[in-house]
Structures are given as C-alpha cells and as structure tokens.
Design a protein around this ligand. Sequence first.
Ligand SMILES: NC(=O)c1ccc[n+]([C@@H]2O[C@H](COP(=O)([O-])OP(=O)(O)OC[C@H]3O[C@@H](n4cnc5c(N)ncnc54)[C@H](O)[C@@H]3O)[C@@H](O)[C@H]2O)c1
Length: 444
Amino acid sequence: MTELEEKIRKREARVAVLGLGYVGLPTAALIAEEGFRVVGLDIKKEIVDRVNSGKIEIREPGLPELVRKVVNRGLLRATTSSYEALSKSNIILVIVQTPLKKDKSPDLGPLIGACEEVTRYISRDTLVIIESTLPPGAMDEVIRPVLESGGLRAGSDFYLAYSPERAIPTRTLEEIKGNPRLIGGINRKSAEAAGEFYRSFVDGELFLEDLKTVEMVKLIENTYRDVNIALANEIARLCEGIGVDAIKAIELANKHPRVHIHRPGAGVGGHCIPKDPYFLIHKASDLDIRLEVIEAARRINETMPLHVVQMVEKALKSVNKRPEECKIAILGVAYKGDTDDVRGTPAETIIKKLMVSRAFVYSHDPFVKQDFGGKFSNNLEEVLDSSDCVVVVTDHSLYKTLDPRDLAKNLDRPCVLVDARRILNPGEVEKQGLTYFGVGYKGA
Ligand SMILES: NC(=O)c1ccc[n+]([C@@H]2O[C@H](COP(=O)([O-])OP(=O)(O)OC[C@H]3O[C@@H](n4cnc5c(N)ncnc54)[C@H](O)[C@@H]3O)[C@@H](O)[C@H]2O)c1
C-alpha cells in the first residue's frame, strides 16, 4: 500500500477542493462528512463567507444542513487563499466551470487558472483529480503541461486523474455518492490512487479506464441526452401540425422495451447539456470531421425558445390580442424545475424576444430573482394579476401543483395559456375559460 493510500484509509489525507459551485461544494461536504479534513478554495469571497457561516444559497436538497454539519465539526472550511488550501493538501480536486466562448469553442481559462494555482503548491505524491468536464484530449494537451510546468512529472512525481461528475441538480448529493464513477488516470498508478480515494466516499461502481476514453464517455452521455431531447422536440413540432398530443405519443412509444425518448420542452439549459456537445463539435472540426446529427440537435434545441415565442404570438392572435397590448406572465426563470440555476435558461430568450415585440413581460420564479430586462416578482398572484397570457417555462413543483382555479382567478379575459413544459392538464385549464396551447399539443 502506498503512503497516500494509507492516509486515505486512515482519513488522514488532507483534501483541497477548488471551486465551491453547484458540484464543488456538495463534493467537498460529502468528503468532509466521511471524516477527511477539507479546505474549499474559491475566488469569490462571498461564496467562501457563505460556506464558513453555513448560509448556503445553492438550492439543493440536504446541502445546507450537510455543509453546516461539517463546518461545525471543523471538517470543512472555505478560503480564498491558495496557500491555505493547497500547501498542505495530499489530494486536490479541481471542479471549476468549463464554459464556452462566444464562438462556442471551449473556454478553459478558469480551469487553466485553477491548475496554475495547483502547480505553485503541488508536492511529491499529491493526487490531483480534475472533475470539471473537459473537451477530448484536454488532460494530455492542456492540463498536464500546466501541472508539470513547476518541474514535477505527472504519473511519477504526483498522481493525476480525471473523474468527471455526472450528478443531476436536485439530486446532487445522492448521485455523487451513488452513481457509477469513471476514473481515467494519466497512468494505472494514478487511476488506482484516485480509485482508492473515491472508494472512501462513493458507493457507486468505479470504472478505471484510460484518460481519452473517460473524456469521450462524459461527453457522449450529455450529447446523447441533447440529441434525444432534440428528437422529442422535433416530434413535438410535427405533432402540433398533425394534431396529435406528443407527450401521449412519446409515452406510448416508450412502452416499447427498446425506446426511451425524452420529453420535449422550451429548450435545454444549464451548464452541461447545451455546452458539452460543442466540446465534441469543436474537436471534430479540428479533425475535419462533421458531426451532423449532433450539430442539428443543437440547432433544434436552441430554437425551441423561439418556437415558444411564436406559439405565444399565435395564441394571442387566436383571441384577437396583440403582444404590445398585453401583459404576459412568465412562470419560471430557472432552466430546470426546483433549481435556482439560470445558466443557459430558455426563459432568457423567451423574455427578451417577447419584450422586443413590446409586450409587458412580468416573470415569476420561487427560487431566483432574475428579470432579464423585464419585470420580476416572487409573488405569483401579482405576476398573474390581469395577465393576457400565461407561459409556463419551468417545471417547478409549485406550478405542477397549482390549482387551475387559483391560476385563472384574476386574469384578463380572453386569456391564453402556453405550457412549454406540458405540466398542466389542458382540460382543467380550459374549464377555467382559458385557451390552452402547449409544446407538442394538438390544436396549437
Ligand atoms: N452543475 C452541474 O450539474 C454539473 C454536473 C456535472 C458536471 N458538471 C461540470 O462540473 C464543472 C463545475 O460546474 P459547476 O456547475 O459546479 O460550476 P459553478 O460555476 O457552479 O462553480 C465553479 C466555481 O469555481 C470557482 N472558481 C473559478 N475559478 C477558480 C479558481 N481559479 N480557483 C478556485 N475557484 C474557482 C467559481 O467562482 C465558482 O464558484 C463544470 O465543468 C461542469 O461542466 C456540472
């Protein structure tokens, strides 16, 4: 057994987690819960202060309680000081954002910045694990050279591994612990050291593979979901034309044992699915390979918010109203139900486009306060009051359980409802005298 493995088994290894965002903070807290001393490093002082005072703003079931517990026990603390986080660490996890640039190519700036900090303090036998999602080849071509620029060699002087996170928001804690985990090592020794570490706090099966395979698998997963959603969206648009309820059709198709079509909707948001396919598209274009299906899927999903806007315009026209004379209530700003994440949310395009048509756009969300240029309130009644059109953009539980009678109480008649998430019952809505339109709904 190596010295590091022994430290891991005895929970004596000191762990640093770089990036205390949607993935980094839950990961740091789960490692601390297992008995390791963890220092979380973030460049944002407000995030560090919130962690240390236990006032967590990320909306994730169980997270605030867990963070408070491990902070109070002295197992987790946060800092903006690289020295404090890194100088005594035996294991360093890098979980910073890996966004796209304006031209949709990967922006590895934050990740390279974080790795440069690691290089300043790395010592022999440290285990460095990158969890941020990477473009193919980035471990060898980008990360390794940065980490070796201090003189130590990856694989011989320190361990280096890539283990991309697969957790889904709203179930992050249970999925970090329970999901099967991919681990790619710069060499076998590195993969095994990382495997030993994950075994200490992950119950899911571990798959130790080569780096390039792991880089590819992570991107295939999210690309599969993007393409599947694009298929659902395309089917939904066709069903609207034909006069078939796409949700019903997809649910019935999914009764086939080998069919699993996702749900259509307002578009795809978040920090993963809209971005990861571009990592493949960009790499493929370097290799002169065209990814036609994947590119088409991106196009379809990126145009869904515009499809919703067109549906709103059509819906208003059907009751002889014009956008510029109307108050439009947007239900949901977050990109996904029951989260507070607005990164890449379809709501942004929908709000901005409706404002271009000079409608009075008033949005509501129970968890975020983001107006995207329109008016915003956390008070649902106020947002609905005297609206000519209601647009359901996010599948928050609050909206799913909304009594159509309450929804319809103070609207301006005639009123239309556009359900981009298909969470309301058309019959129930129409019983209240509203006209129901929805993505993939017949008669739209
Ligand atoms: N959010 C998800 O559900 C999810 C799921 C799977 C994988 N991922 C991947 O995980 C990675 C992180 O995603 P996220 O959603 O947690 O991002 P995030 O933006 O919520 O968090 C990143 C954090 O890193 C901090 N940071 C940036 N540079 C830093 C530096 N040099 N040193 C220390 N901290 C630094 C930022 O201030 C921020 O708080 C991304 O690559 C993403 O693709 C995310």
